[in-house]
Design a protein around this ligand. Structure first.
Ligand code: ADP
Ligand code: MG
Length: 221
């Protein structure tokens, strides 16, 4: 479902050029849970941004379901991202004055789904990630870090994406909670047949995925 060929991203300034992603090629099938590991500065976030079409490569191609996203117009990409790609971040990025339920309902608003149906699907997703009816009514500030990340994962699933990209999703969580969140992502990749690519520092966690990619100085080892 994901096919990356000779991907390169350079950052140029007047004096230097940093090659953040250097000739990366990889492919992933449907429903695969994969990890990217590597030191700080090795290019993990840059690679994820490119795959999520938030940034454009200097050269190389990214095909998602046989569509070359590196050639799409910005306008097409906005809709494409919304429908096909889910994002999960280290800092959860939830909207603080909306309840957990409202946060998960929000991405569905752009797809013209009726309010009642949005609500039903959001409730189901939150249950699926392990949040009770009472927790679903709370605003993010009244949930623990692990619970907030569960909400963010439910939100990422809202539009049934083909691909979920998670940049250090357990970076703000204790080791035990981090493991639980990674297990949850693994289960979801299987049950939803969604391809999930998650960045982590924790090599122990990375060992539990279907695939692990090691990045060093922008290159895959
Ligand atoms: N917008 C940018 N402008 C210039 N350099 C950047 C930019 N983003 C990332 N870099 C550089 O690219 C390299 C990889 O960064 P990054 O992808 O954030 O690594 P990681 O996520 O593995 O810590 C680093 O040397 C970083 O300084
Ligand atoms: Mg990073």
């Amino acid at each position: 479902m994901l096919d990356v060929n000779n991907l390169k991203r350079e950052f140029r300034s007047s004096s230097t050029t940093v090659t953040a992603v250097d000739d990366v090629s990889l492919s992933l099938g449907d429903g695969v849970f994969a990890a990217i590991v590597g030191k700080s500065g090795s290019g993990k976030s840059t690679l994820l941004s490119l795959l999520g079409t938030l940034d454009k490569p200097t050269s190389g191609t990214i095909r998602i379901d046989d569509e070359d996203v590196s050639k799409m117009s910005d306008r097409k990409l906005t809709a494409y991202r919304r429908d096909k790609i889910g994002f999960v971040f280290q800092s959860y990025n939830l909207i603080p004055n909306l309840s957990a339920l409202q946060n998960v309902m929000l991405p569905m608003e752009f797809d013209g789904i009726a309010r009642l149906e949005r609500r039903k699907r959001a409730e189901q997703l939150l249950e699926q990630v392990g949040l009770t009816g009472e927790q679903q009514k709370r605003k993010p500030g009244r949930l623990s870090g692990g619970e907030q990340q569960r909400v963010a994962i439910a939100r990422a699933l809202a539009n049934k994406p083909k691909l979920i990209l998670a940049d250090e999703p357990t970076g703000n969580l204790d080791t035990e909670t981090g493991k639980v969140i990674f297990d949850l992502l693994h289960d979801l990749a299987r049950s939803e047949n969604t391809t999930i690519l998650a960045v982590t520092h924790d090599t122990e966690i990375a060992g539990q995925t279907d695939r692990t990619f090691h990045l060093k100085d922008g290159k895959l080892l």
